[in-house]
Design a protein around this ligand. Structure first.
Ligand code: ZN
Ligand code: FE
Length: 260
């Protein structure tokens, strides 16, 4: 399985996988860079997978479907350009030999889903849209902090060698915040150096490794004493509020929203 990140807009990645001339694209916010890639590589687009309804994720769906006849799969509870097959959490489906599992991950939007390929080689692959970013997580626009925390917990339980395909190149700015939260985390320091060098060569920092995210991403680490202490100190949380994991997570997200 060939996995490709097609850059679009200022910082989106339109993820695409292909094998034997057949391709699947995830969240094509723009059709042109995808069509260009397909014709350059001589690929046929068979399917389009959508994680949520935002324009930078669905903007190219109609043009690509019209041009290729690709089958569209999408979140059943979101308003996306139809017709599409509702992707349901308890109903995995197959796309040329790959099993695609669907995960409910509300928070960024209320019907956000993610796609997980448990049998992808050499390691499993996750397409998580705007739920999990390397070093960060999506803004909570429609859901609640409790939902976002539960969604991130569900992603954190996937195999550690999962390749995490996030929809945006936000890594360096996320790591700046992560280092404000955990300035003494050696894994975080090392990862920032590695990502800075990749970006200096204009290379993507993605896909991320889930195992590494568990070591460096404050939004997957909000129950760690180092993160709790830092958040409590920043916001002046009472002992009672510190003990509440949703309050702590919500405060961490709030801190990031205002961080420059
Ligand atoms: Zn979004
Ligand atoms: Fe987005």
């Amino acid at each position: 399985m060939n996995l490709v990140a097609i850059p679009a807009f200022s910082d989106n990645y339109l993820w695409l996988w292909h094998q034997n001339g057949h391709a699947v694209v995830i969240d094509p916010g723009d059709a042109q860079p995808v069509s260009d890639f397909l014709s350059r590589e001589g690929l046929h687009l068979d399917a389009i997978l959508i994680t949520h309804h935002h324009a930078d994720h669905v903007g190219g769906v109609v043009a690509l479907r019209d041009a290729t006849g690709a089958q569209v799969y999408g979140p059943p509870r979101e308003n996306i350009p139809g017709p599409f097959i509702p992707a349901l959490p308890d109903t995995p489906f197959e796309l040329f030999g790959q099993t695609v599992e669907v995960l409910d991950v509300p928070g960024h939007t209320s019907g956000h889903i993610a796609y997980f390929l448990p049998k992808a080689a050499p390691t499993p692959v996750l397409f998580c849209g705007d739920t999990l970013f390397s070093g960060g997580c999506g803004r909570i626009f429609e859901g609640t902090p409790a939902q976002m925390l539960a969604s991130l917990d569900a992603l954190a339980r996937l195999p550690q060698d999962t390749r995490v395909c996030c929809a945006h190149e936000y890594t360096l700015s996320n790591l700046k915040f992560a280092l404000a939260v955990e300035p003494h985390n050696p894994d975080l320091q090392a990862y920032e150096a590695q990502c800075k060098s990749l970006r200096a060569q204009l290379l993507p920092t993605l896909p991320a490794s889930l195992g590494n995210e568990l070591k460096i991403n404050p939004f997957l680490r909000s129950r760690q004493p180092s993160v709790r202490q830092s958040v409590a100190q920043f916001a002046g949380l009472s002992a009672q509020d510190q003990a509440d994991e949703v309050t702590l997570f919500a405060t961490l997200r709030e801190w990031k929203n205002n961080f420059r």
